[in-house]
Design a protein around this ligand. Sequence first.
Ligand code: CA
Length: 150
Amino acid sequence: MEIRPRNSTGLLLSVHGKKDYLVLELLENEVVATVENGNGPFRASYSLGNKYSLCDGNWHKIHVVKSLYVVSVGVDGHFSKPGLGAYSSTDTRSALYVGGHERPLHKLRGVRARRGFSGCLRNLLIGDSPVRIPLTAAGRNTHVSLCPAD
Ligand SMILES: [Ca+2]
């Protein structure tokens, strides 16, 4: 996905199952993916440190690669060290949430951000398939196909 954040912390994406989950979030200028395959969470993170901020008004490309028991995140083509876990599959049946969640974030397993994503998000792909954000996502401070000052 591509993001243009207005806050350096926020939940980008999450999907949960009965026990398993995958969470992608911004935490103080760090991009973190946390995965639970059923035998304890593991994570990968890419820290921007003081080098530059994701909130610089530019679009940034965020990648998450989750394959079996390995997860890695990328920011503008630079990838984190892989996070290694056990078990192979992340079994989730609930909806994929983008930019926030209908439940309070502190009740969501694996989520450390205490706020949803602020800013603009485009070109969300899963595998090679574009994910169309439905018009019903509008509301709750979400504007579909509209990014102010774009
Ligand atoms: Ca599992």
